[in-house]
Design a protein around this ligand. Sequence first.
Ligand code: ATP
Length: 478
Amino acid sequence: MASLDQIVALAKRRGFVFQSSEVYGGLNGCWDFGPMGVLMLNNLKNAWWEAMVSREDIEGLDAAILMHPRVWEASGHVAHFSDPMIDNRQSKMRYRADTLIEEYIERLRKKGKTDQAERIEQQLAQAETPEDYYAIIVQEQIPDPVSGSTDWTPVRHFNLMFKTYIGPVEDDSSIVYLRPETAQGIYVNFKNVLDTTRQKIPFGIAQIGKAFRNEINTKHFLYRVREFEQMEMQYFVKPGTEMEWFEYWKEQRYQWFLSLGMPESLLRITPHQKLAHYAAAAVDIEFHFPFGWGEIEGIHSRTDYDLRRHQEYSGKKFEYVDTVTRERYIPYVVETSAGATRSFMAFLCAAYDEDEVPSSEGKLEKRVVLRLHPRLAPIKAAVFPLVKKEGMPEVAQSLYRQLKRRFKVFYDESGAIGKRYRRQDEIGTPFCITIDGQTLDDQTVTIRDRDTTQQERIALDAVESFLAAKLEQNIVTQ
Ligand code: ATP
């Protein structure tokens, strides 16, 4: 796999991802999606949306980012959504205490001090309170990676929610938060959706939207950022059936990544070591990033924790009444929670490849190629006239106009044909269609496959149906 630097460089060079506010030196933990990036991100979100909302048992939702502050008290975010932080008095640097310890363990391992590394790792697995983390850091004399100093402040909790004020008055009564997850918008609308659709349990509500977390250590490109996008689905089930649905959704979500071309060797499912206070069971779908394994989606069995808390805090009923048995209960929830932007990065990493292909002079030439699934590729096909004369541009433009009504396609007549192929390879365009001398004689064109670079000749009037068949391959996971 390529290094992260190569992927970041390609993303910038070809208009996938730019650093936010780059001209002002950038804003840490925020990124902008450029012309190619936004096409690919939308393709990814649409693929998810279709897999979810085309099902009869799932409804869509788009809740506001700003919500009543009581939502975040009920959800537990005001009390619990925090990281343990520690400051070094000498360097004035602030670290997440658990990350500081983890990175120290990593350094010990590299130096071959396995016993010490394992001992600290065991202590870390037991650590829960700020005092536990502080005790490890002091006892092991863990130095600040920047200054080497061991002059640490106590460990304190730092809430990750961004705060702002709603309305003209800036005081405690007007505080609102930028949502740190989209799920709560779904829970508080549970009754609204139930009352306005014909759904019966089990059913789900799906939502795609921005989430914000004031992460202390943003890192690894789009992996840990402060503004990102989530694709979340909450599935409401009868208590007692949750494990069945948990297994079902785990499999569905894993298969979804495979159906979009993610190689099995880069995916794994890992059960959580420590369960969150609301969770009965939880697994992560992890991707093998250039820096190691990292979560791209969590599947959580959340019991009735969320609905019960909102019932308690709002004073409104969150019960479901079974129309046949007249049973009343608060549904249990199985959640699938994926990062859209983090998955985008995973698909980009999985697709990046370098190989050698024969140039027009027959020599081998190095190329960068994004082997994206056609559903995700920003541009589906490029149309080229071989040369800018002999009527070829006219035929090519007419084909381009025909295709662009249905697909995102690109017309290019500038430069050598080999260069034009290379430019499309770098942005992952699956097919390049060339109009050449023979087209004018027999109405056929060549279609070049990005991955094999093989060309086949097909009838000009068969191009549209050829592309449709390739692009509309069924990825719905039902
Ligand atoms: P992590 O342990 O990596 O912080 P988490 O367990 O807090 O993640 P969840 O709250 O379960 O993550 O969020 C669901 C998904 O949202 C994650 O699988 C990830 O894809 C995405 N996500 C969470 N935090 C971030 C972030 N800071 N930047 C980008 N994506 C994120």
